[in-house]
Design a protein around this ligand. Structure first.
Ligand SMILES: [Zn+2]
Length: 258
């Protein structure tokens, strides 16, 4: 009887803990009620990379001068025991961050401050668990961007740029998406992106998705070798030049966060 009770209580406790952990760490793409300007993490927990190659890549290859300050790679990368970071992924991520920060700086913005506080974690598998078909997800509450295998393999990292576009929009309290959709004439009450101004079907009825895609297109076409991604449902009428031109104007209009 005593053994049964202790076992039963242990079961309840473990169920409670696993439920809590699941909820706490489940990535959420667009929590509408989250603060746009969540505080940066106070402290960064010590971590041990799973392999010595990853440790070497983090120490020697990741920190380009533009992206790492005194806090080192830990300010950008979450390493958990047994995760699957690869050296070439860390280098791609470094190049993406460097490109984004340089591009924003060239627009008169403080690129590193706009992104600072968000960190990347690696999830094994083609897609993000709990988000069928998604290869990258940002959670603005925990300030974590979760990347699955396909985010590194597809469209030259477009999906990673896309999530950084969400970060910039949130950090500026959606001034970016508001300016963009006013200019192109989207139906903001119906969350319908104007015809010709969306790339991926998810953006047709989601204004923030359209702007995160516009950011990725703008940066990859201007700073990444004039790359133009085409998705399964991209309309033939999509105006790539119009999207990048409008995005560029939205960025220029955007005031720095207070
Ligand atoms: Zn998105």
């Amino acid at each position: 009887m005593v053994k049964f009770s202790i076992g039963f209580i242990a079961l309840l406790v473990s169920l409670f803990i696993s439920n809590y952990l699941t909820v706490k760490h489940q990535p959420v793409s667009h929590p509408k009620n989250a603060l746009a300007m969540a505080a940066e993490p106070d402290s960064i927990e010590p971590v041990t990379p799973a392999s010595s190659q990853v440790a070497d890549a983090l120490e020697q290859s990741f920190c380009a001068p533009q992206i790492c300050g005194e806090a080192g790679w830990q300010q950008w990368i979450i390493v958990t025991p047994g995760d699957s970071w690869q050296t070439d992924e860390l280098i791609l991520l470094r190049d993406i961050l460097t490109t984004v920060i340089d591009a924003l700086d060239q627009q008169g913005l403080d690129g590193r401050s706009l992104l600072s506080g968000y960190r990347f974690q690696r999830q094994q598998g083609e897609y993000i668990i709990g988000h069928p078909g998604r290869v990258a997800v940002v959670n603005h509450t925990t300030q974590e961007i979760t990347l699955a295998d396909a985010s590194f393999k597809r469209l030259r990292g477009f999906y990673i740029f896309h999530e950084l576009g969400h970060v910039i929009d949130w950090r500026t309290e959606r001034q970016l998406s508001t300016a963009f959709h006013i200019m192109v004439g989207s139906d903001q009450t119906q969350s319908a992106t104007a015809d010709g101004y969306w790339l991926n079907q998810a953006a047709e009825h989601d204004l923030e998705e359209a702007v995160a895609d516009a950011f990725a297109l703008w940066i990859m076409s201007n700073y990444g070798g004039d790359y133009r991604p085409v998705f399964a449902h991209t309309p033939v009428t999509t105006d790539y030049e119009g999207i990048t031109r409008t995005f560029s104007t939205s960025l220029k209009q955007m005031a720095l966060p207070q």
